[in-house]
Design a protein around this ligand. Sequence first.
Ligand code: HSE
Length: 408
Amino acid sequence: MINIAILGYGTVGSGVFEVIRTNQEIIDRNAKDELRIKYVLDLRNFPGDPVEEVLTHDFETILQDAEVKIVVEVMGGLKPAYDFVKRALQNGKSVCTSNKELVAAHGPELLRIAAENRVSFLFEASCGGGIPIIRPLQTSLTADRIEEISGILNGTTNYILTKMKTEGLQFEEALKLAQENGFAERDPSADIEGGDACRKIAILSSLAFGKTLDFKDIPTEGIAGITHKDIEMAEALGYAVKLIATCSEVEGELHAAVAPMLIKRDHPFFAVDGVFNAILVRGNMLGVTMYYGRGAGKYPTASAVVSDVIAAAGSLQETIPIRWKEEKLALSDNADWVRGYYIRAERNVEEIVSQAKKLFGGVERTVEGEAGIGLITAPISEKDFEEAYAKLSGAVNRIRVMYTRERN
Ligand code: HSE
Protein backbone atom coordinates (compact mmCIF):
# COMPACT_ATOMS: atom_id res chain seq x y z
CA MET A 1 0.00 0.00 0.00
CA ILE A 2 1.22 3.52 -0.81
CA ASN A 3 -0.05 6.30 1.44
CA ILE A 4 -0.61 9.75 0.08
CA ALA A 5 -1.58 13.09 1.60
CA ILE A 6 -3.48 15.87 -0.16
CA LEU A 7 -2.71 19.46 0.84
CA GLY A 8 -5.83 21.53 0.19
CA TYR A 9 -9.46 20.45 -0.20
CA GLY A 10 -10.57 23.14 -2.63
CA THR A 11 -11.74 22.60 -6.21
CA VAL A 12 -8.73 20.55 -7.34
CA GLY A 13 -8.11 18.84 -3.97
CA SER A 14 -11.66 17.55 -3.73
CA GLY A 15 -11.34 16.52 -7.40
CA VAL A 16 -8.23 14.46 -6.62
CA PHE A 17 -10.07 12.84 -3.71
CA GLU A 18 -13.01 11.94 -5.97
CA VAL A 19 -10.89 10.76 -8.91
CA ILE A 20 -9.01 8.36 -6.64
CA ARG A 21 -12.20 7.09 -4.98
CA THR A 22 -14.07 6.75 -8.30
CA ASN A 23 -11.28 5.12 -10.31
CA GLN A 24 -9.58 3.31 -7.42
CA GLU A 25 -9.43 -0.03 -9.19
CA ILE A 26 -7.91 1.19 -12.44
CA ILE A 27 -5.57 3.58 -10.60
CA ASP A 28 -4.28 0.77 -8.37
CA ARG A 29 -3.81 -1.45 -11.40
CA ASN A 30 -1.79 1.26 -13.18
CA ALA A 31 0.20 2.09 -10.04
CA LYS A 32 0.80 -1.64 -9.44
CA ASP A 33 -0.02 -1.03 -5.79
CA GLU A 34 -2.88 0.14 -3.64
CA LEU A 35 -3.03 3.93 -3.26
CA ARG A 36 -4.59 5.14 -0.03
CA ILE A 37 -5.42 8.72 0.91
CA LYS A 38 -4.18 8.85 4.48
CA TYR A 39 -4.59 12.58 5.07
CA VAL A 40 -6.24 15.63 3.59
CA LEU A 41 -4.96 18.90 4.99
CA ASP A 42 -7.25 21.90 5.15
CA LEU A 43 -7.91 24.62 7.69
CA ARG A 44 -11.66 24.23 7.26
CA ASN A 45 -14.01 21.49 8.49
CA PHE A 46 -16.33 19.66 6.11
CA PRO A 47 -19.18 18.23 8.21
CA GLY A 48 -20.85 15.28 6.49
CA ASP A 49 -18.24 15.05 3.70
CA PRO A 50 -16.38 11.71 3.35
CA VAL A 51 -13.13 13.67 3.67
CA GLU A 52 -13.85 14.00 7.43
CA GLU A 53 -12.36 10.52 8.04
CA VAL A 54 -8.91 11.67 6.88
CA LEU A 55 -9.02 15.42 7.50
CA THR A 56 -6.20 17.04 9.44
CA HIS A 57 -5.41 20.67 10.20
CA ASP A 58 -1.77 20.00 10.98
CA PHE A 59 0.91 19.75 8.28
CA GLU A 60 3.49 18.43 10.80
CA THR A 61 1.42 15.24 11.23
CA ILE A 62 1.85 14.56 7.50
CA LEU A 63 5.48 15.59 7.42
CA GLN A 64 6.47 13.35 10.34
CA ASP A 65 4.52 10.32 9.13
CA ALA A 66 7.07 8.10 7.39
CA GLU A 67 4.25 6.07 5.86
CA VAL A 68 3.28 9.01 3.62
CA LYS A 69 5.31 8.61 0.43
CA ILE A 70 3.55 11.06 -1.88
CA VAL A 71 2.24 14.52 -1.12
CA VAL A 72 -0.25 16.19 -3.47
CA GLU A 73 -0.03 19.97 -3.22
CA VAL A 74 -3.17 21.63 -4.57
CA MET A 75 -3.46 24.66 -2.31
CA GLY A 76 -2.21 27.14 -4.91
CA GLY A 77 -0.17 30.27 -4.20
CA LEU A 78 3.30 30.43 -2.72
CA LYS A 79 2.55 30.67 0.99
CA PRO A 80 2.60 28.19 2.60
CA ALA A 81 2.84 25.91 -0.46
CA TYR A 82 6.54 26.59 -1.15
CA ASP A 83 7.57 25.83 2.43
CA PHE A 84 5.39 22.70 2.66
CA VAL A 85 6.61 21.30 -0.66
CA LYS A 86 10.26 21.93 0.12
CA ARG A 87 10.00 20.26 3.50
CA ALA A 88 8.06 17.30 2.10
CA LEU A 89 10.80 16.72 -0.51
CA GLN A 90 13.52 17.10 2.11
CA ASN A 91 11.69 14.52 4.23
CA GLY A 92 11.82 11.96 1.41
CA LYS A 93 8.30 12.40 0.03
CA SER A 94 7.57 12.85 -3.67
CA VAL A 95 5.39 15.84 -4.49
CA CYS A 96 2.79 16.19 -7.25
CA THR A 97 1.37 19.66 -7.74
CA SER A 98 -0.98 21.66 -9.96
CA ASN A 99 0.46 24.93 -8.66
CA LYS A 100 1.87 26.92 -11.61
CA GLU A 101 2.77 29.87 -9.41
CA LEU A 102 4.99 27.61 -7.33
CA VAL A 103 6.52 25.81 -10.32
CA ALA A 104 7.17 29.03 -12.28
CA ALA A 105 8.82 30.67 -9.25
CA HIS A 106 10.77 27.71 -7.81
CA GLY A 107 10.65 24.83 -10.34
CA PRO A 108 14.39 24.17 -10.89
CA GLU A 109 15.21 24.54 -7.19
CA LEU A 110 12.48 22.08 -6.19
CA LEU A 111 13.61 19.65 -8.91
CA ARG A 112 17.15 19.83 -7.50
CA ILE A 113 15.93 19.21 -3.94
CA ALA A 114 13.86 16.27 -5.17
CA ALA A 115 16.90 14.75 -6.92
CA GLU A 116 19.08 15.27 -3.81
CA ASN A 117 16.50 13.33 -1.78
CA ARG A 118 15.85 10.63 -4.41
CA VAL A 119 12.20 11.55 -4.76
CA SER A 120 10.22 13.16 -7.59
CA PHE A 121 8.72 16.59 -8.13
CA LEU A 122 5.98 16.37 -10.75
CA PHE A 123 3.67 19.06 -12.10
CA GLU A 124 1.76 17.82 -15.15
CA ALA A 125 -1.41 19.66 -14.04
CA SER A 126 0.32 23.04 -13.73
CA CYS A 127 0.02 23.78 -17.47
CA GLY A 128 -3.00 23.11 -19.64
CA GLY A 129 -5.11 21.45 -16.90
CA GLY A 130 -5.85 17.91 -18.05
CA ILE A 131 -3.76 18.07 -21.25
CA PRO A 132 -0.70 15.80 -21.20
CA ILE A 133 2.16 18.11 -22.18
CA ILE A 134 4.92 18.00 -19.55
CA ARG A 135 5.44 14.25 -19.94
CA PRO A 136 5.37 14.37 -23.79
CA LEU A 137 7.99 17.14 -23.67
CA GLN A 138 10.20 14.90 -21.53
CA THR A 139 9.67 11.58 -23.22
CA SER A 140 8.33 12.00 -26.77
CA LEU A 141 9.68 15.22 -28.28
CA THR A 142 13.27 14.40 -27.49
CA ALA A 143 14.66 14.03 -31.03
CA ASP A 144 13.95 17.61 -32.03
CA ARG A 145 15.32 21.05 -31.49
CA ILE A 146 12.20 22.88 -30.41
CA GLU A 147 11.66 26.13 -32.31
CA GLU A 148 8.34 27.20 -30.85
CA ILE A 149 5.98 26.47 -28.02
CA SER A 150 2.73 28.43 -28.01
CA GLY A 151 -0.56 27.97 -26.31
CA ILE A 152 -4.02 28.99 -25.39
CA LEU A 153 -3.22 28.36 -21.76
CA ASN A 154 -5.96 30.04 -19.79
CA GLY A 155 -9.38 28.44 -19.77
CA THR A 156 -11.12 31.39 -18.12
CA THR A 157 -10.13 33.97 -20.73
CA ASN A 158 -10.74 31.58 -23.61
CA TYR A 159 -14.18 30.87 -22.17
CA ILE A 160 -14.89 34.60 -21.79
CA LEU A 161 -13.76 35.46 -25.34
CA THR A 162 -15.77 32.55 -26.75
CA LYS A 163 -18.96 33.47 -24.85
CA MET A 164 -18.58 37.11 -25.91
CA LYS A 165 -18.43 35.91 -29.52
CA THR A 166 -21.02 33.14 -29.61
CA GLU A 167 -23.59 34.38 -27.11
CA GLY A 168 -23.01 38.10 -27.25
CA LEU A 169 -22.33 38.19 -23.49
CA GLN A 170 -20.72 41.17 -21.86
CA PHE A 171 -17.28 40.59 -20.36
CA GLU A 172 -18.57 40.62 -16.74
CA GLU A 173 -21.36 38.13 -17.46
CA ALA A 174 -18.95 35.69 -19.09
CA LEU A 175 -16.45 36.06 -16.23
CA LYS A 176 -19.19 35.34 -13.70
CA LEU A 177 -20.09 32.15 -15.57
CA ALA A 178 -16.44 31.05 -15.62
CA GLN A 179 -16.19 31.65 -11.88
CA GLU A 180 -19.39 29.73 -11.19
CA ASN A 181 -17.95 26.79 -13.14
CA GLY A 182 -14.76 26.76 -11.05
CA PHE A 183 -12.39 27.75 -13.90
CA ALA A 184 -11.19 31.10 -12.62
CA GLU A 185 -8.45 31.75 -10.09
CA ARG A 186 -9.42 32.96 -6.60
CA ASP A 187 -8.36 36.39 -7.82
CA PRO A 188 -9.55 36.51 -11.46
CA SER A 189 -7.09 39.30 -12.30
CA ALA A 190 -4.45 36.54 -12.68
CA ASP A 191 -6.55 35.16 -15.53
CA ILE A 192 -7.72 38.44 -17.08
CA GLU A 193 -4.38 40.25 -16.96
CA GLY A 194 -2.45 37.29 -18.36
CA GLY A 195 -0.41 36.42 -15.23
CA ASP A 196 -1.70 32.85 -15.17
CA ALA A 197 -0.87 32.18 -18.85
CA CYS A 198 2.48 33.91 -18.34
CA ARG A 199 3.50 31.47 -15.61
CA LYS A 200 2.38 28.51 -17.69
CA ILE A 201 4.34 29.55 -20.80
CA ALA A 202 7.38 30.23 -18.57
CA ILE A 203 7.20 26.63 -17.31
CA LEU A 204 6.61 25.12 -20.76
CA SER A 205 9.37 27.19 -22.39
CA SER A 206 11.82 26.26 -19.64
CA LEU A 207 11.09 22.60 -20.36
CA ALA A 208 11.14 23.04 -24.15
CA PHE A 209 14.40 25.01 -24.20
CA GLY A 210 15.99 23.37 -21.12
CA LYS A 211 16.87 26.55 -19.19
CA THR A 212 14.84 28.79 -16.92
CA LEU A 213 12.59 31.35 -18.55
CA ASP A 214 11.80 33.79 -15.76
CA PHE A 215 8.10 34.63 -15.98
CA LYS A 216 8.92 38.21 -14.95
CA ASP A 217 10.86 38.64 -18.23
CA ILE A 218 7.85 37.86 -20.43
CA PRO A 219 5.98 40.93 -21.73
CA THR A 220 2.38 40.26 -20.69
CA GLU A 221 -0.92 41.85 -21.67
CA GLY A 222 -4.40 40.69 -20.70
CA ILE A 223 -7.76 40.81 -22.42
CA ALA A 224 -9.28 43.81 -20.64
CA GLY A 225 -8.86 46.01 -23.73
CA ILE A 226 -10.77 43.67 -26.05
CA THR A 227 -14.28 44.81 -26.85
CA HIS A 228 -17.20 43.07 -28.41
CA LYS A 229 -16.70 45.24 -31.52
CA ASP A 230 -13.15 43.93 -31.93
CA ILE A 231 -14.34 40.36 -31.71
CA GLU A 232 -17.01 41.01 -34.38
CA MET A 233 -14.61 42.89 -36.63
CA ALA A 234 -11.96 40.18 -36.30
CA GLU A 235 -14.57 37.60 -37.23
CA ALA A 236 -15.52 39.59 -40.34
CA LEU A 237 -11.84 39.65 -41.31
CA GLY A 238 -11.62 35.85 -40.89
CA TYR A 239 -9.92 35.75 -37.48
CA ALA A 240 -10.72 34.86 -33.86
CA VAL A 241 -9.34 36.71 -30.85
CA LYS A 242 -7.49 34.49 -28.33
CA LEU A 243 -5.15 35.12 -25.42
CA ILE A 244 -1.91 33.62 -26.72
CA ALA A 245 1.19 32.71 -24.74
CA THR A 246 4.16 32.06 -26.97
CA CYS A 247 7.89 31.53 -26.99
CA SER A 248 9.64 31.02 -30.30
CA GLU A 249 12.99 31.19 -31.97
CA VAL A 250 13.10 33.46 -35.02
CA GLU A 251 16.43 33.66 -36.86
CA GLY A 252 18.39 32.75 -33.76
CA GLU A 253 16.52 35.17 -31.50
CA LEU A 254 14.19 33.93 -28.77
CA HIS A 255 11.01 35.94 -28.27
CA ALA A 256 8.23 35.42 -25.75
CA ALA A 257 4.95 37.18 -25.07
CA VAL A 258 1.51 36.82 -23.58
CA ALA A 259 -1.07 38.94 -25.38
CA PRO A 260 -4.43 38.82 -27.10
CA MET A 261 -3.85 37.97 -30.75
CA LEU A 262 -5.86 37.50 -33.90
CA ILE A 263 -5.81 33.89 -35.06
CA LYS A 264 -6.41 33.18 -38.73
CA ARG A 265 -9.10 30.71 -39.71
CA ASP A 266 -6.56 28.16 -40.97
CA HIS A 267 -4.47 28.16 -37.77
CA PRO A 268 -5.03 25.15 -35.48
CA PHE A 269 -5.78 27.49 -32.55
CA PHE A 270 -8.77 29.03 -34.39
CA ALA A 271 -11.24 26.35 -33.34
CA VAL A 272 -10.05 26.06 -29.72
CA ASP A 273 -13.06 27.44 -27.91
CA GLY A 274 -14.54 27.66 -24.43
CA VAL A 275 -12.58 26.31 -21.51
CA PHE A 276 -10.45 24.23 -23.87
CA ASN A 277 -6.73 24.88 -24.11
CA ALA A 278 -4.22 23.89 -26.76
CA ILE A 279 -0.46 23.78 -26.87
CA LEU A 280 1.44 23.81 -30.13
CA VAL A 281 5.01 22.58 -30.28
CA ARG A 282 7.11 23.03 -33.41
CA GLY A 283 10.26 20.93 -33.76
CA ASN A 284 12.91 21.34 -36.43
CA MET A 285 12.36 17.79 -37.71
CA LEU A 286 8.85 17.00 -36.49
CA GLY A 287 7.10 20.16 -37.64
CA VAL A 288 3.98 21.08 -35.70
CA THR A 289 2.20 18.97 -33.10
CA MET A 290 -0.74 20.15 -31.05
CA TYR A 291 -2.10 19.00 -27.68
CA TYR A 292 -5.71 19.79 -26.91
CA GLY A 293 -8.08 19.32 -24.01
CA ARG A 294 -9.74 20.87 -21.00
CA GLY A 295 -7.37 23.44 -19.61
CA ALA A 296 -9.20 24.14 -16.37
CA GLY A 297 -11.81 22.63 -14.11
CA LYS A 298 -11.97 20.24 -11.20
CA TYR A 299 -11.83 16.79 -12.80
CA PRO A 300 -9.50 17.39 -15.78
CA THR A 301 -6.93 19.04 -13.50
CA ALA A 302 -7.37 16.37 -10.82
CA SER A 303 -6.94 13.64 -13.44
CA ALA A 304 -3.56 15.11 -14.46
CA VAL A 305 -2.49 15.34 -10.81
CA VAL A 306 -3.43 11.71 -10.20
CA SER A 307 -1.49 10.64 -13.31
CA ASP A 308 1.57 12.16 -11.63
CA VAL A 309 0.76 10.31 -8.39
CA ILE A 310 0.67 7.06 -10.36
CA ALA A 311 4.01 7.89 -11.99
CA ALA A 312 5.56 8.75 -8.60
CA ALA A 313 4.14 5.55 -7.08
CA GLY A 314 5.87 3.55 -9.81
CA SER A 315 9.21 5.17 -9.10
CA LEU A 316 9.49 5.38 -5.32
CA GLN A 317 13.17 4.46 -5.19
CA GLU A 318 14.41 6.93 -7.78
CA THR A 319 13.79 10.41 -9.10
CA ILE A 320 11.80 10.80 -12.30
CA PRO A 321 14.07 13.10 -14.34
CA ILE A 322 12.82 16.42 -15.69
CA ARG A 323 15.27 18.44 -17.81
CA TRP A 324 15.20 22.02 -16.54
CA LYS A 325 18.42 23.85 -15.71
CA GLU A 326 18.54 26.71 -13.21
CA GLU A 327 20.59 28.75 -15.75
CA LYS A 328 18.55 31.62 -17.19
CA LEU A 329 17.18 31.64 -20.73
CA ALA A 330 17.94 34.94 -22.47
CA LEU A 331 15.11 36.59 -24.38
CA SER A 332 15.51 39.08 -27.22
CA ASP A 333 13.75 42.42 -27.18
CA ASN A 334 10.32 42.14 -28.81
CA ALA A 335 10.83 45.53 -30.48
CA ASP A 336 12.26 43.62 -33.46
CA TRP A 337 9.59 40.93 -33.56
CA VAL A 338 7.76 41.14 -36.89
CA ARG A 339 4.04 40.45 -37.31
CA GLY A 340 0.87 41.88 -38.79
CA TYR A 341 -1.47 44.05 -36.73
CA TYR A 342 -5.21 44.51 -36.65
CA ILE A 343 -6.48 48.05 -36.34
CA ARG A 344 -10.04 49.21 -35.80
CA ALA A 345 -11.30 52.69 -36.53
CA GLU A 346 -14.80 54.06 -36.17
CA ARG A 347 -14.57 57.01 -38.55
CA ASN A 348 -12.67 58.39 -41.56
CA VAL A 349 -12.57 55.05 -43.33
CA GLU A 350 -10.89 56.14 -46.56
CA GLU A 351 -8.41 58.36 -44.82
CA ILE A 352 -7.43 55.65 -42.33
CA VAL A 353 -6.74 53.14 -45.10
CA SER A 354 -4.65 55.54 -47.13
CA GLN A 355 -2.71 56.67 -44.03
CA ALA A 356 -2.20 53.06 -42.91
CA LYS A 357 -0.83 52.01 -46.30
CA LYS A 358 1.91 54.60 -45.98
CA LEU A 359 2.60 54.28 -42.25
CA PHE A 360 2.72 50.46 -42.01
CA GLY A 361 4.22 49.67 -45.42
CA GLY A 362 0.97 48.12 -46.66
CA VAL A 363 -2.50 46.91 -45.71
CA GLU A 364 -3.31 43.27 -46.36
CA ARG A 365 -7.02 43.19 -45.68
CA THR A 366 -9.85 45.55 -44.81
CA VAL A 367 -13.48 45.12 -43.84
CA GLU A 368 -16.18 47.67 -43.25
CA GLY A 369 -19.20 47.20 -41.04
CA GLU A 370 -21.53 48.95 -38.63
CA ALA A 371 -18.72 49.07 -36.07
CA GLY A 372 -16.44 51.00 -38.48
CA ILE A 373 -13.45 49.63 -40.31
CA GLY A 374 -11.03 46.87 -39.47
CA LEU A 375 -7.76 46.30 -41.22
CA ILE A 376 -4.73 44.04 -41.08
CA THR A 377 -1.37 45.65 -41.73
CA ALA A 378 1.55 44.15 -43.62
CA PRO A 379 4.13 42.49 -41.32
CA ILE A 380 6.04 45.10 -39.34
CA SER A 381 8.28 45.11 -36.25
CA GLU A 382 6.68 45.98 -32.89
CA LYS A 383 8.83 49.08 -32.61
CA ASP A 384 7.99 50.41 -36.08
CA PHE A 385 4.34 49.59 -35.56
CA GLU A 386 4.07 51.53 -32.29
CA GLU A 387 5.79 54.56 -33.84
CA ALA A 388 3.49 54.47 -36.86
CA TYR A 389 0.35 53.80 -34.79
CA ALA A 390 1.03 56.90 -32.70
CA LYS A 391 0.84 58.93 -35.94
CA LEU A 392 -2.41 57.33 -37.15
CA SER A 393 -5.38 59.52 -36.34
CA GLY A 394 -8.79 58.03 -35.63
CA ALA A 395 -7.86 54.46 -34.68
CA VAL A 396 -9.57 53.11 -31.53
CA ASN A 397 -7.83 49.78 -30.99
CA ARG A 398 -5.08 47.51 -32.24
CA ILE A 399 -4.29 43.84 -31.61
CA ARG A 400 -1.35 41.71 -32.71
CA VAL A 401 -1.88 39.03 -35.34
CA MET A 402 -0.46 35.63 -34.42
CA TYR A 403 2.78 35.05 -36.27
CA THR A 404 2.72 31.83 -38.26
CA ARG A 405 5.64 30.11 -39.89
CA GLU A 406 5.16 29.13 -43.51
CA ARG A 407 6.20 25.55 -42.77
CA ASN A 408 3.70 24.16 -40.30
N1 HSE B 1 -7.66 29.80 -13.91
C1 HSE B 1 -6.99 28.83 -14.68
C2 HSE B 1 -7.56 28.86 -16.08
C3 HSE B 1 -7.17 27.48 -14.05
O1 HSE B 1 -8.60 29.47 -16.28
O2 HSE B 1 -6.96 28.30 -16.99
C4 HSE B 1 -6.29 26.42 -14.60
O3 HSE B 1 -4.95 26.69 -14.41
